[in-house]
Design a protein around this ligand. Structure first.
Ligand SMILES: NC(=O)c1ccc[n+]([C@@H]2O[C@H](COP(=O)([O-])OP(=O)(O)OC[C@H]3O[C@@H](n4cnc5c(N)ncnc54)[C@H](OP(=O)(O)O)[C@@H]3O)[C@@H](O)[C@H]2O)c1
Length: 263
């Protein structure tokens, strides 16, 4: 079992939702955190609230421009990273026919290319040390296609492919790769989701509001890290069942998804 205490963990998306809960629980477990997201003031407030605040640091980044984010990270001289948690993400609520190409590009930048960029950046040092852990938060939407999420699912499917290939390349060299697939979790994700013209949706939706708590999700992510899990679905109800149906009864699942009402 991998210990969390004393590990230097770079956590993206730490300002809200699952990432905020992860930051609180990882700090309580004795990790040293590098907290990233765009909203620096929220990250600063979080750092001050965490136990042993002096152990943690804030690195504000905009992952919609992964190259610029790497320049910022390089200048910050982060030192050794034991665990990278690629958690930052943005969702989507728009029909294919209404969605501008620029929105697909933005979803790919944040949900896919930023993961690739940060992972490639920390990987050489992990390989040289023969130890490290890359954790990427994909989604049940990375296995199951539903209405209104074509760009989001595209990026989340892609990131699972990237993680599977990376694991094949580096797991024999001491680097663990964990893919996390949450179902509906009660966070700001639907409120922050992009619509067809790239504006924020600005309201919650029923599925997420009635989903699992971010604290419960974070607890299961930490257990997955401690147990070096390759891939874990963290969900309840239909979103837990859907990846199983996709694997064993794909035709049934496709019919359910086509008939399912959306809000
Ligand atoms: N909630 C769910 O039901 C659910 C289900 C499956 C997967 N997920 C995944 O879980 C992860 C966390 O989402 P959440 O549910 O906690 O949503 P959230 O409350 O909206 O949090 C998203 C986090 O990502 C950060 N972020 C967004 N765009 C960014 C950018 N351009 N640059 C840097 N950081 C950015 C946000 O920080 P700033 O706004 O401060 O930049 C925030 O900290 C995401 O990858 C999401 O796709 C969520």
């Amino acid at each position: 079992m991998t210990a969390i205490a004393g590990k230097r963990i770079w956590l993206t998306g730490a300002s809200s939702g699952i990432g905020l809960s992860l930051a609180e629980q990882l700090a309580a477990a004795g990790a040293e955190l590098i907290l990233s997201a765009r909203r620096e003031s929220l990250l600063n407030d979080l750092q001050q609230r965490l136990p042993h605040s002096e152990r943690h640091r804030v690195l504000a980044l905009d992952l919609s421009d992964p190259e610029q984010a790497l320049v910022t990270a390089q200048a910050a001289q982060l030192g050794q990273i034991d665990i990278l948690i690629n958690n930052a993400g943005v969702s989507q609520r728009s029909w294919v026919i209404d969605t501008e190409l620029a929105v697909y590009r933005q979803l790919m930048e944040v949900d896919y290319l930023a993961v690739v960029a940060l992972t490639k950046w920390v990987l050489p040092e992990m390989l040289a040390r023969g130890e490290g852990h890359i954790v990427t938060v994909s989604s049940v939407a990375g296995k199951v296609g539903t209405k209104l999420r074509s760009g989001y699912a595209g990026a989340k499917y892609a990131v699972l492919g990237f993680m599977d290939c990376l694991r094949a390349e580096v797991s024999q060299q001491g680097v663990v790769c964990s893919s996390i697939l949450p179902g509906f979790i009660n966070t700001q994700v639907a409120h922050n989701a992009l619509t067809g013209d790239g504006s924020q949706r600005g309201r919650a939706d029923g599925d997420n509001a009635s989903g699992m708590s971010a604290d419960a999700c974070a607890k299961q992510i930490i257990a997955a890290i401690q147990h070096n899990r390759d891939e874990v679905v963290i969900a309840k109800g239909m979103s837990k069942l859907a990846p199983l149906l996709q694997r064993f009864m794909p035709g049934t699942l496709r019919r359910i998804m086509a008939k399912r009402a959306v809000d």
